[in-house]
Design a binder for this molecule. Structure first.
Ligand code: ADP
Ligand code: MG
Ligand code: MG
Length: 255
């Protein structure tokens, strides 16, 4: 049983050399293994900032609070240590690594997380199988990481990493953005396979409710003004679909 806790997190974005602005204004959230929590909210509410702050992106500084995986602060860990502890943050990985093939990159990532290199033949088989499930053409294994990938291909690659790395806790930021209906289905099925293969906890950050029709969340949180403004079950997503974010945007702004 894994517990991921975000406790009273406040964070600034660093703008240039001198300027900073507080974006996260006190985020509290606990995710247990096997649970999927959707974080929904209007553009600019700070959802990605939360993901980047947890990932340790240098542009974002947590000024208060803590983030704990099984009681251990991840904020003091290096990016590698976070991955080895079982935290999966899609955006911690390089956007593009020209010259490094997908298969080499993924084998290194799996080696780093598992602590030992998987046998080449076993890994190749697992990779081909997982790629096939995600409708990623076999030729991609030899291509440079994300080099010239379309938006949809990058998203599939994220889910490919998720399925191969088998983390304890996964943070997925707008995995659904820019996907057509078919790609959304493929990506959602990948998330669902990862969920049923292990008891991974998932933080699914999204602007739109449509992915939640494929990936059923256990909890839904509305993000507004840099914090969680309301929490509920899946029915909260249905209410958002009907009523929009306006009521929450006002609530967040008045904080
Ligand atoms: P969301 O993901 O919910 O759309 P973001 O976390 O991307 O929201 O952004 C929250 C706020 O922080 C926005 O007002 C955005 O302009 C600001 N912000 C985020 N990152 C940066 C940055 N690197 N430089 C300047 N402002 C930023
Ligand atoms: Mg956004
Ligand atoms: Mg965002």
């Amino acid at each position: 049983m894994t517990t991921f806790e975000i406790r009273g997190v406040r964070a600034d974005v660093l703008i240039g050399q001198e300027k900073r602005e507080e974006i996260l204004t006190g985020v509290d959230l606990t995710i247990n293994s096997g649970e999927t929590h959707a974080i929904m909210g209007p553009n600019g509410s700070g959802k990605s900032t939360l993901a980047y702050a947890i990932a340790g992106h240098p542009k974002y500084e947590i000024t208060e609070g803590d983030v704990l995986l099984d009681g251990q602060s991840v904020l003091e860990m290096s990016v590698d240590e976070r991955a080895r502890a079982g935290l999966f943050l899609a955006m911690q990985y390089p956007v593009e690594v020209p010259g490094v093939s997908m298969s080499n990159f993924l084998r290194s990532a799996v080696t780093a997380v598992r602590g030992e290199a998987p046998k080449l033949r076993t890994f190749s088989k697992e990779l081909q199988e997982t790629m096939g499930n995600l409708s990623i053409d076999a030729s991609f294994a030899a291509r440079g990481v994300n080099e010239g990938f379309s938006g949809g291909e990058k998203k599939r690659h994220e889910i490919l990493q998720l399925e191969l790395l088998k983390p304890k806790m996964a943070i997925l930021d707008e995995t659904d953005s820019g996907l057509d209906v078919d790609a959304l289905k493929v990506v959602s099925e990948g998330i669902n396979r990862a969920r049923s293969a292990s008891d991974v906890g998932v933080m699914l950050i999204t602007h739109y409710t449509r992915i939640l029709q494929h990936v059923r969340p256990d909890y839904v949180h509305v993000f507004a003004g840099g914090r969680i403004a309301e929490s509920g079950g899946p029915e909260l997503a249905d209410r958002l679909e009907e009523q929009g974010y306006e009521q929450f945007a006002k609530a967040g702004a008045s904080q």
